[in-house]
Write a new protein. Structure first.
Length: 359
C-alpha cells in the first residue's frame, strides 16, 4: 500500500470511513430496535427490512465512494501532477523554465512559488559557476602559452647551461599539465552550459586508431609495455574526429600510466547493432570497488597513488564528449586480470552547426 498512488489511498480512506459510518448507523438502528422491544420476535418485518437494507447498502456505498473518491482525488491532485511533469523537464539545458503557478491562492500555489524561487537561486549559482570556469580557463590560456614559448626558447638556446635546461624541461612538463587542465575545464564548462558543439564529418576511425596505437606503442615501449590492437580494415563513422580521438587518447594514456611492469594494453574496435564500440583494457592494478562508481566524477582519481601524475579530469572529459555524441563511456570490469573501458557511439551523427568546441 505504501507504493499506491495518492489518489487511490485517498479513495480507500474515504471508502473505509463510509463503511464504518454505515456499520455504525446499522448498529445504532439495531440497538434502538432492541431497546424498544424486549424480544426479537416483536420486531416487525418492516424494521428488519430496513436493517437488512442498510447492511446491504455497504457494497454499493463502497463502490460509489471508491469511484467518487478517486475522481475527487484526481481533481485535487491535478496541480501536484502538473508540478511533477514540469519539474521533470527542468535540466541544465533549460534552467530558465519555471513551474506554472495556478490562479488559486492556496497551498499549492504557495508551494510552486517557493519552488520557482529555489530554481531562480539554483540557476544563478549554476550560471556563475559555469561562467567562472569558462572565463578562468580561457584567460589562463594566454599566459600559459607565453610561459611555454619562453621556456621552449630557453631549451633551444645553445648558451643555456645543461643544469638550467634540465630545470626548464621540468617546468615545460608542468606547463603542459596546466595547459591540459585549462583545456579540460573550458570544455567541461561548455558542456555544463549546453554549448558543446561538435564538428561532425565522415571519417575512417580505424585509420585514426591505428595512428594512435603507433603513438601509444612509442610511449609504452619506454615503460616496457606491449600494445595489442585488433581493428577492422575500415570503420566508417560520422562524428567529431578530434573529440573522438581525445576520448581514446585519454583511455590509452590511463592504460599506460596505471599499468604494471611488462604489462599489456589492448585496443579493440568493431560495429554491433548500428553502434561502434572501442574497448581499451590493461592488466594493471585494479580500481578499488569503492572508487569504481566515482571514476567519472571531476577531480576524482580511481587510485590514490600520488606518484602517478593526473588531475582527475581525463575520464570526466572523455565521458562528456561521449555523451555529446549520443554515446556512452563505461567501466566494464576492473579485477586482477583486466581493467577494461568501453566506448559506445552511434555510427551516424547529426551534422552539428558551428565550429568545434575543441578548437
Amino acid at each position: 500500500m505504501k507504493r499506491w498512488p495518492l489518489r487511490w489511498k485517498l479513495a480507500l480512506y474515504a471508502a473505509t470511513l463510509a463503511v464504518i459510518a454505515t456499520i455504525a448507523g446499522a448498529a445504532t438502528t439495531w440497538a434502538i430496535i432492541l431497546s424498544t422491544d424486549a424480544e426479537m420476535k416483536s420486531v416487525s418485518h418492516i424494521q428488519r427490512d430496513i436493517l437488512l437494507g442498510m447492511l446491504g447498502a455497504i457494497p454499493t456505498v463502497l463502490i460509489v465512494i471508491a469511484i467518487g473518491g478517486r475522481w475527487v482525488a484526481r481533481k485535487a491532485l491535478a496541480p501536484v501532477e502538473a508540478i511533477t511533469h514540469a519539474a521533470s523537464r527542468v535540466s541544465v539545458h533549460n534552467l530558465d523554465q519555471r513551474l506554472p503557478v495556478p490562479p488559486t491562492a492556496d497551498e499549492i500555489a504557495e508551494l510552486i512559488t517557493v519552488l520557482n524561487a529555489t530554481l531562480d537561486r539554483l540557476q544563478r549559482s549554476f550560471e556563475q559557476s559555469v561562467r567562472f570556469s569558462a572565463e578562468a580557463s580561457h584567460h589562463l590560456k594566454t599566459p600559459i602559452s607565453v610561459l611555454r614559448a619562453g621556456i621552449e626558447e630557453i631549451l633551444t638556446d645553445p648558451e643555456t647551461p645543461a643544469k638550467q635546461q634540465t630545470r626548464a624541461d621540468a617546468l615545460l612538463h608542468q606547463i603542459h599539465q596546466l595547459t591540459s587542465i585549462a583545456e579540460n575545464l573550458l570544455l567541461l564548462a561548455r558542456a555544463d552550459a549546453g554549448r558543446l558543439e561538435l564538428h561532425c564529418e565522415p571519417f575512417d576511425l580505424s585509420e585514426v586508431l591505428r595512428g594512435m596505437c603507433e603513438d601509444a606503442s612509442v610511449m609504452a615501449e619506454a615503460e616496457g609495455l606491449e600494445v595489442e590492437a585488433k581493428l577492422p580494415p575500415r570503420l566508417p563513422v560520422v562524428g567529431d574526429r578530434r573529440a573522438i580521438s581525445l576520448i581514446v587518447q585519454n583511455l590509452l594514456e590511463n592504460a599506460i600510466k596505471f599499468n604494471q611492469p611488462d604489462g599489456c594494453i589492448c585496443i579493440y574496435a568493431h560495429t554491433l547493432d548500428g553502434e561502434m564500440e572501442v574497448t581499451v583494457r590493461n592488466n594493471g592494478e585494479p580500481i578499488p570497488p569503492d572508487r569504481a562508481p566515482h571514476i567519472f566524477e571531476r577531480f576524482y582519481r580511481g587510485r590514490s597513488d600520488a606518484r602517478i601524475p593526473g588531475q582527475g579530469l581525463g575520464l570526466t572529459t572523455a565521458c562528456e564528449l561521449a555523451k555529446a555524441h549520443g554515446g556512452e563511456l563505461e567501466l566494464i570490469r576492473s579485477d586482477a586480470e583486466w581493467t577494461e573501458f568501453k566506448l559506445s557511439l552511434p555510427i551516424s551523427q547529426p551534422e552539428a552547426v558551428g565550429e568545434s568546441a575543441l578548437s
